[in-house]
Design a protein around this ligand. Structure first.
Ligand code: ADP
Length: 161
């Protein structure tokens, strides 16, 4: 039987409990999940792609079928090269829908075999985003609501005066 492999792409700047929740759910459905950190956005992130990958790696060390990778350019090219046809995206609320539909349909035009699978996180993480976490970190607030301890430590270092 062919192994079912899925890619979970994103910026993950930094990874949050919401992302990790989606990774766990995906790992229960697919034989292998590749978390792919996008490195070529026009804006540079808070953390380097390598740092983001390391944070994810530590966060999912206990899940044996999750791998971490990074990619440049188009997701469809990354997937096609590896003959992977399933992408995972997290859907928090209706507000995510518009953007995610645009993305999924664009990807489908570029790579017709591709399917995007949407997973819902625990309701606890519905309002959680990397942006919110970065803002709270910048203002010196508690971060355990949003990220694992090792990410919280890195955020504190980053914003230390
Ligand atoms: P992008 O910049 O590509 O949207 P993100 O790293 O912000 O990348 O998110 C990657 C994926 O994870 C997206 O599908 C996003 O909707 C989803 N996601 C982000 N935060 C959460 C969360 N709290 N719960 C579930 N899914 C989430």
């Amino acid at each position: 039987m062919t192994r079912k492999i899925a890619v979970y792409p994103g910026s993950f700047d930094p990874v949050t409990h919401g992302h990790i929740d989606i990774m766990r759910r995906a790992s229960a459905i697919f034989d292998e999940v590749i978390v792919a950190v996008l490195v070529n956005r026009s804006k540079t992130g808070l953390f380097t792609p390598q740092e983001r990958q390391d944070f994810i790696h530590r966060s999912v060390a206990d899940i044996k079928n999750v791998r971490v990778d990074s990619f440049n350019g188009l997701l469809v090219d990354y997937m096609r090269q590896r003959e992977i046809t399933t992408a995972i995206r997290g859907l928090r609320a209706v507000s995510d829908l518009e953007y995610e539909f645009q993305l999924a349909h664009t990807n489908r035009m570029l790579y017709p075999e591709m399917e995007t699978v949407f997973l819902m996180p625990s309701v606890n993480y519905v309002y959680l985003s990397s942006t919110t976490v970065r803002e709270v970190a910048m203002l010196g607030g508690e971060l355990d609501f949003g990220v694992p301890a090792h990410v919280e430590k890195a955020l504190r270092e980053k914003y230390k005066k």
